[in-house]
Every structure is written in C-alpha cells, then in structure tokens.
Design a binder for this molecule. Structure first.
Ligand SMILES: [Zn+2]
Length: 83
C-alpha cells in the first residue's frame, strides 16, 4: 500500500464512498491493485452518464481507511489529528 493509495481511499471516504473518476494523481495500475485487494469497486455508468467510471469503497476498504490520518499518514492515527 502506497501513500498515494491510502490518500485515494481517504478521498473516496471523504466523499461518502462515491466519487467520479478524477484521479489524475494516481495511475491505473495502483488503482487496479486496490481493486484486486478487494478495497474498492469500480462501476461504469450507463445511460446519461455512460462511460463515466465511479469508484466505491468496499466494506473492507472502509474499515481499512476509517482510522487513517491525512495529517501524518499514520494508520491508525497515533498523533491525535485524526481523532
Ligand atoms: Zn495522525
């Protein structure tokens, strides 16, 4: 797990587990690793939003990121900022 991946998970959690595909700061292979680890799910929209990919946390991913601290990148947080 890289810090970029942790930050991505946190970003998804911050947006209530539902974000559009805007992750220019992370490459596809890193995202694919998260999918393969069972931490996120990728959905491809249909109809009006056809072709737009969306990423959701799985319950496992949510558990993992819940205690992550953006301030110091500790997980679980031990600096006090994340609580
Ligand atoms: Zn912390």
């Amino acid at each position: 797990m890289t810090s970029e991946q942790m930050q991505l998970l946190k970003e998804i959690q911050t947006k209530n587990g539902f974000v559009e595909w805007f992750f220019q700061h992370i490459d596809d292979s890193q995202l694919q690793q998260l999918v393969e680890a069972g931490l996120v799910e990728i959905k491809i929209g249909e109809g009006y939003v056809g072709g737009i990919k969306e990423v959701n946390l799985t319950p496992i991913g949510y558990e993992l990121i819940r205690d992550y601290c953006e301030c110091c990148e500790c997980n679980p947080c031990d600096c006090g900022f994340g609580s």
